[in-house]
Design a protein around this ligand. Structure first.
Ligand code: NAD
Length: 382
């Protein structure tokens, strides 16, 4: 353990039972079991993998919670290399049957309850899916050995920074919300299963993703949707919280690199190295929308609302990515301006996708968090 008490990733693992370890160069996955593939990042990753690796197949294992949407993968559903299985990662029998039938070489675990605000309303689903679900998957990987178990984690496990400082992979895990605590617990289980049973675990910790197919409750799509509907843009507190933003495709490449070249037992920060406070993000969205729709378009203003996260609203996250750059030969390619323009353009062109989501459960949730507004459909045109 380093003197400062920082959690160290496995430097000298001595697992008790383990398969002969494939070197990164020899890792030749043919079938990937991707959990949570119907969500935002998972669906982008599946599309990226099928595009980039013609000899890889994907089994998408997803419970289809409110955040899971098979419409995200409509364009690949007839690809012979793609299979969808509806299932819960916390269900031992179903997970075991999936591994036994499809015999994947790799598991990539995206499946999670992922929204901090929902974890503050009720932590229980986060414990069940994020912690118990990950443990069930790890147990399943003991019974049905795989060459890689890639755990998708988050920068939120480190807790918050003040105006200065940066998290390295050696920083202590100090999560502040039930969501980030559940993700930290899942990671620690992964580490323990590597040390104890030799499950070949690699972890990625990414910063805030944005891009196509993100569920409309998250900051960027929520603001784009409201702006297109002409509704005020609800910003928590003074909107001064700082996040590092990464375009989802850059994260997908980082995950692929970690899968192929990551050292077992290690964690890798994956970030866009572009820090912005929430209010500046909202203003950038309005500026881009104005550019795309014309200067005469009337766009709504910002509405500052009281912060439901209270003291648990982390002020700032910042990550160094030097380890991923050096060891995985990875770097982000997409500037924030380019990524955000592509994202706004995508949402403008996919109003039916948004409209199908923003009915039902989401509508009740929005009302509870942000108040009124009965009309959540996007207009056909702006
Ligand atoms: N979005 C981000 O900015 C971000 C940043 C860092 C890390 N992450 C992590 O990346 C992963 C994916 O995030 P996302 O934004 O795509 O989330 P998302 O909420 O869009 O998707 C989560 C997916 O997991 C599925 N799922 C949930 N519980 C499940 C269960 N018990 N069994 C099977 N499937 C289940 C859902 O149906 C959904 O398809 C999560 O693990 C999240 O913690 C996200």
């Amino acid at each position: 353990m380093p003197k400062n008490g920082a959690r160290s990733v496995a430097k000298n693992p001595e697992p008790r039972t383990r398969r002969p370890e494939p070197s990164a160069q020899n890792l030749a996955p043919r079938t990937l079991l991707i959990t949570g593939g119907a969500g935002f990042i998972g669906s982008n990753f599946i599309r990226y993998v099928l595009d980039s690796h013609k000899d890889w197949s994907v089994v998408n294992f997803d419970k289809l919670t409110y955040a899971g949407n098979l419409e995200n993968l409509r364009d690949v559903e007839n690809d012979s290399r793609y299979t969808f299985l509806k299932g819960d990662i916390a269900d031992r029998a179903v997970v075991g049957a999936a591994l036994s039938e499809h015999k994947p070489q790799c598991i990539v675990n995206f499946a999670a309850e992922s929204h901090v605000d929902r974890s503050i309303l009720d932590a229980s689903p986060f414990i069940e899916a994020n912690i118990r679900g990950t443990q069930v998957l790890l147990e399943a990987a003991r019974a049905h050995p795989v060459d890689r178990f890639l755990q998708i984690s988050t920068d939120e496990v480190y807790g918050a920074l003040g105006a200065t400082g940066v998290f390295t992979e050696e920083s202590p895990l100090l999560p502040n919300s039930p969501y980030s605590a559940s993700k930290a617990a899942a990671e620690l289980l992964c580490r323990a299963y590597w040390k104890t049973y030799g499950i070949p675990v690699v972890i990625t910790r990414s910063s805030n993703n944005y891009g196509p197919y993100q569920f409309p409750e998250k900051l960027i799509p929520l603001m784009i949707g409201n702006a297109l509907r002409g509704e005020e843009l609800p910003v928590y507190g003074a909107g001064k919280q700082v996040r590092d933003w990464i375009f989802v495709e850059d994260n997908c490449r980082g995950i692929e690199r970690a899968l192929l070249a990551g050292q077992l037992g290690e964690a890798y920060n994956i970030a866009g190295s572009h820090e912005m406070c929430n209010l500046d993000v909202v203003e950038a969205i309005l500026r881009i929308l104005r550019g795309l729709t014309g200067p005469t378009t009337k766009l709504p203003g910002v509405k500052f609302i009281s912060d439901p996260r209270g003291a648990a609203h982390d002020f700032r996250y910042s990550l160094t990515t030097s380890k991923a750059r050096a060891d995985l030969a990875w770097e982000p390619f997409t500037s924030f301006e380019e990524g955000l323009t592509r994202t706004v353009t995508w949402y403008m062109g996919h109003r039916e996708w948004v409209n199908a989501i923003v009915s039902g459960e989401y509508r009740a949730y929005y009302k509870m968090m942000y108040g009124e507004s009965d009309t959540h459909s996007m207009p056909e045109k702006t």
